[in-house]
Design a protein around this ligand. Structure first.
Ligand code: AMP
Length: 284
């Protein structure tokens, strides 16, 4: 496994790697959810292809006052995980390497990015699109894998790749959860024991919605009301959003005729948690 920090070294390294090359972009502090993405990357690349991972805590996707400074960094452990998952190349650029001091070019997706996390984290998706575009242009993968845990991010990246003709296959991976249902996240380590004990209620609320839909409920307002009511019982939690929107366009709908997705962002004192669940109408 090669580990490179310089763009020039990364470019040289990928020239020597057999195709297909599958990339998994991450911010590090890798957990079992990331490891599942790495395994999917390996199975897609096959024994003869290559897997690359990027580890970079991207400053431009954090809004002022967010956790950029304290975001967990654990490169040594991350490299051990990558090695044991058969990764061929790890790209660990520095901030200076990706962003010139007078950097002034950004990639903006203008529709799917605007609501949900886009509303509560100004500039977040602009930062995500910009860094992912940089990684795609530097590493030129044939395919890249993203988790559905960040459902809106996956939709935004798919749109960017389609609109800008990157010619890179984008694959999603289902959310990997703890035994009690909490979606795995590098930020879960911020949670106090008490917050951690309340956090699985988010997934339970999402599952309750799925149950309602299976029993025939198709009014979005009823589903959203139940979701908010369940989430509002979580002690010290503040709901950023709790919405049910079209699963593809992320736009509001009133009645569920097509698949929708229930998305939640809940702020606890120590961490902001996001989760989602796709809901399919009974007849679809
Ligand atoms: P991050 O390091 O949090 O930026 O995540 C890197 C990639 O891993 C993103 O595509 C995430 O959606 C994905 N990911 C993070 N947590 C999970 C999880 N629990 N299940 C599946 N994918 C995940």
């Amino acid at each position: 496994m090669r580990v490179v920090s310089r763009i020039s070294a990364a470019r040289k390294a990928i020239e020597a790697l057999p195709r297909p090359l599958v990339l998994v972009p991450t911010m590090g502090a890798l957990h079992a959810g990331h490891a599942a993405l790495l395994r999917k990357a390996r199975s897609l690349a096959g024994d003869t292809g290559s897997v690359a991972v990027s580890i970079f805590v991207n400053p431009t996707q954090f809004a002022p006052g967010e956790d950029f400074g304290k975001y967990p960094r654990a490169v040594r452990e991350d490299l051990t995980t990558c090695r044991s998952e058969g990764v061929d190349l790890v790209f660990t650029p520095t901030e200076d390497e990706l962003y010139a001091k007078d950097h002034s070019t950004f990639v903006v997706e203008g529709l799917l990015s605007s609501g949900l996390c886009g509303e509560f984290r100004p500039g977040h998706f602009r930062g995500v699109c910009t860094v992912v575009a940089q990684l795609f242009l530097i590493l030129r993968p044939d395919a890249a894998i993203f988790g559905s845990k960040d459902y809106q991010q996956l939709a935004v990246i798919r749109r960017m790749v389609r609109d800008l003709h990157f010619g890179i296959r984008i694959l999603g991976h289902p959310t990997v959860r703890e035994k009690d249902g909490l979606a795995m996240s590098s930020r879960n380590r911020y949670l106090s024991p008490e917050e951690r004990s309340h956090a699985p209620a988010i997934y339970r609320a999402l599952q309750e919605l799925r149950g309602m839909v299976r029993s025939g409920e198709n009014r979005i307002s009823t589903l959203e009301r139940r979701l908010r009511s369940r989430l509002s019982r979580i002690p010290s939690g503040t709901i950023d959003y709790a919405k049910v929107v079209d699963a593809e366009t992320l736009q509001p709908v009133r009645i569920m005729h097509r698949p929708t997705v229930a998305l939640v962002a809940l702020r606890l004192p120590s961490a902001r948690l996001i989760d989602n669940l796709v809901l399919r109408p009974r007849t679809a």
